[in-house]
Design a protein around this ligand. Structure first.
Ligand SMILES: [Zn+2]
Length: 140
């Protein structure tokens, strides 16, 4: 996993979808799981047509599911998993994306736990001279 700015083309972890686009899709879908209606904080993007069946990473192929429903569905086609959701997904992806709202939401988002830990570690290991110039040369 990588949180570097250039990571939008990465396909690992949760970085495969550019954060502002991810947020715009969550907003489009009402920030809730389209399967169970959960508004849990751990929402995820689900491919309407799974990647392994040729589906793309475009917003028109992505819907919001909670992690539990995403795992439950697995790689099954929607019709084989929950046929009643075919229309729900179709209606969701037909809605326009508010990319500006997505950008704002992504900018507001606090760093994730892993990112926060990296920031803490970076501060901890930063040279003491940089933190407290008056202690330059004093061994800790
Ligand atoms: Zn759910």
């Amino acid at each position: 996993m990588s949180a570097e700015p250039g990571a939008r083309n990465s396909v690992s972890g949760s970085d495969w979808c550019w954060a502002p686009t991810r947020q715009a899709i969550y907003i489009r879908d009402g920030r809730r799981c389209l399967s169970c209606g959960s508004r849990c904080k751990k929402l995820s993007l689900d491919h309407v047509v799974p990647r392994c069946r040729g589906g793309s990473n475009a917003p028109e192929n992505l819907v919001t599911l909670c992690c539990g429903c995403n795992t439950w569905r697995g790689h099954r086609p929607v019709a084989a998993w929950r046929p009643e959701l075919v229309e729900v997904f179709a209606a969701a992806v037909a809605k326009p994306l508010d990319r500006e709202a997505g950008r704002r939401a992504a900018a507001r988002k606090r760093p994730g736990r892993l990112e926060a830990k990296r920031i803490r570690d970076a501060r901890r290991y930063m040279a003491p001279e940089q933190r407290w110039p008056e202690t330059a040369g004093v061994p800790f």
